[in-house]
Design a protein around this ligand. Structure first.
Ligand code: MN
Length: 128
């Protein structure tokens, strides 16, 4: 299988560590950003196959960052999955409105997340 690149935008070091483990297990290439600004820059520079976007980031919220990416014609095809620390129906709605393809809540199941990422990058569908 062709190696896929996943951009993880996450400001919490513990969560980033967990994401590193997920990416290693799933054999994905991982790009890391700890704030939205860096994340958007890395998206422009590398055009990853998928973005996992934390909703709460230090410089702007992840959904605003998702909108900026979706407004860029060169980047709008990149699927974005929002990652949230709290599960509220309205957040899921907001994530989908912002152009995200899916929405997952922390703490997530590692195997399930790998499966979701695989579905997303290899078949372009995600059931979330
Ligand atoms: Mn956060």
């Amino acid at each position: 299988m062709i190696e896929k690149t996943i951009l993880v935008i996450e400001d919490n070091e513990m969560n980033m560590k967990l994401m590193r483990a997920v990416m290693a297990m799933g054999k994905f290439r991982m790009l890391e950003a700890s704030n939205a600004d860096t994340g958007i820059r890395l998206a422009r520079e590398h055009r990853p196959d998928l973005i996992l976007m934390d909703i709460q980031l230090p410089d702007m919220d992840g959904l605003s960052a998702a909108r900026i990416i979706k407004e860029n014609p060169l980047l709008r095809e990149i699927p974005i999955i929002a990652v949230s620390g709290y599960a509220m129906h309205s957040d899921r709605e907001k994530a989908l409105e912002a152009g995200c393809i899916g929405y997952i809540t922390k703490p997530f199941n590692v195997k399930e997340l790998i499966q979701i990422i695989r579905e997303c990058v290899y078949t372009n569908t995600v059931q979330q």
